[in-house]
Design a protein around this ligand. Sequence first.
Ligand code: FES
Length: 276
Amino acid sequence: MWEYSEKVLEHYRHPRNVGKIDDADLIGEAGSLACGDSLKLYLKLDGNVIKDAKFQTFGCGSAVASSSILTEMIIGKTLEEAKKITNKDIADELGGLPQEKMHCSVMGQEALEDALKKYYGEDVIEEELGVSPSGDKIVCTCFNVTENQIWEAIKINNLKTVEEVTNYTKAGGACGRCRGVIKDIIDTYLKKEGHAPQLTQTQKILKISKVIDQQISPQLQKDGGDIELVDVVGNTVQVKLTGVCSGCKNAAMTLKSFVESVLKDKVDANLEVEQV
Ligand code: FES
């Protein structure tokens, strides 16, 4: 069962600004009924200030709460200020949302962007978001999610796994056919940002083994010792010190200051080494 903040429950039970503005200046839409939820956002402007905002949504309680709080957040703001609002701001304003419901805050942001694109033009908004290199093609046909939407969710929310992308965009949450492409988008983004792509557990074990064989073991052998990789459980690397290292009173220090620091540096900063 998901835990909801008091503010989410309050906006779900008493949503603000529900309805339609007949003479709206801008209208933004996100989601689709076929995909389970949708949002239509109406904006009335006074110059470049959002004088009124209303919404119509079909979705769960989190979608209602996200849409409701979004209207409160944007009324009185200039369009420039509204342009800076992200799904993370919407979720934060609600006191947080369960990970599995973060896509509701994303739907709010997308409806706002859709409305603003009609004012600023598509290119301006997309340039500011830093869209993906290969454009706006549909990646997840089950939920109609584009590559740009996935790219943007990764960027704003610092997402690193396919499961997180599914929680934030729904992409990958049905037949699963698109999960490989989502993983590629995550890796491309991380690479572009200068981060090493997330390794699978098998890739991680192979890399650890290689670093031990090529960089750690030769150093220990110089002093008559050695090391064997026993297992990798999550981020814990289980090793066995051999030769003179096995009885060495500085074994614990060798593990932390040398073995662990090399593995953290070369493979993954989250690794910890344990002697078994
Ligand atoms: S194509 Fe993405 S879940 Fe089916």
